[in-house]
Design a protein around this ligand. Structure first.
Ligand SMILES: [Zn+2]
Length: 227
């Protein structure tokens, strides 16, 4: 798996943080944002109009939300297009690598993903542990002819009625950190948003999904369903 470079995520984090101020933290709905980005991706003109869209956004302060989110889509679309090309030269990453970046205190955000929220290490550790637990559970389920698999599904049903569940809190926490500009949190969302391939131009759909998660009020639910 290969991700957008640290410099690119740094650029994206600036766009998101700036836009968050503009809209006073009132983010969009995942569905609207995803549809907007998908639609704009089909419109090649938007890729070329990147700087014009950026200028339009800067002039937007105080304008209604509907206009703001279309403009923000126009800012994100060229970023996705350029990141999809430059990403090819990027480093290969797994969750374990991101966890190490979260623990490291390296302030060079142009060269490395850098955790500025201080919460990524614990959050990513939770995801890694949970993934490994799930693998174990499936193995046991197969060995005992599905008996424990049934127990597992009953357990999941029971758990979905509890409130303040850790998976929900971790999902919300990572999206929140990403929105505050933490590039390790952004990279985690990108990494878990789909199956990355090395094929040129084949990953823009995953990036649109990640960008919509990042910029919507209910995006954490979509993120939660991806791990
Ligand atoms: Zn962080």
């Amino acid at each position: 798996m290969s991700l957008p470079t640290p410099a690119q995520l740094q650029e994206l984090s600036k766009l998101v943080v700036e836009h968050g101020k503009l809209i006073n933290g009132k983010w969009y709905s995942y569905k609207t944002m995803k549809q907007t980005l998908d639609r704009m991706a089909g419109d090649i003109a938007f890729s070329a109009a990147g700087s014009a869209a950026k200028a339009a956004l800067t002039a937007l302060s105080g304008v209604s939300t509907g206009v703001a989110f279309v403009s923000f889509g126009a800012v994100l679309t060229p970023w996705i297009a350029s990141a999809d090309i430059a990403r090819q030269a990027g480093t290969i990453f797994e969750l374990h690598d991101l966890k190490e970046y979260a623990a490291a205190k390296n302030a060079n955000s142009q060269l490395h993903y850098y955790c500025k929220c201080g919460k990524c290490f614990e959050n990513i550790k939770y995801i890694v542990d949970k993934k490994e637990r799930n693998v174990g559970r499936i193995a046991i389920g197969v060995a005992t002819l599905g008996v424990s698999a049934i127990a597992t599904s009953l357990y999941s049903v029971a758990k979905s009625f509890q409130s303040g569940r850790p998976k929900e809190m971790v999902s919300k926490g990572i999206v929140e950190s990403a929105r505050a500009g933490c590039t390790v949190a952004i990279a985690t969302i990108f990494l878990l948003s789909g199956n990355w391939s090395f094929l040129r131009g084949g990953n823009a759909g995953i990036m649109r999904r990640a960008a919509a998660i990042l910029t919507s009020e209910d995006g954490w639910k979509e993120f939660k369903s991806s791990w």
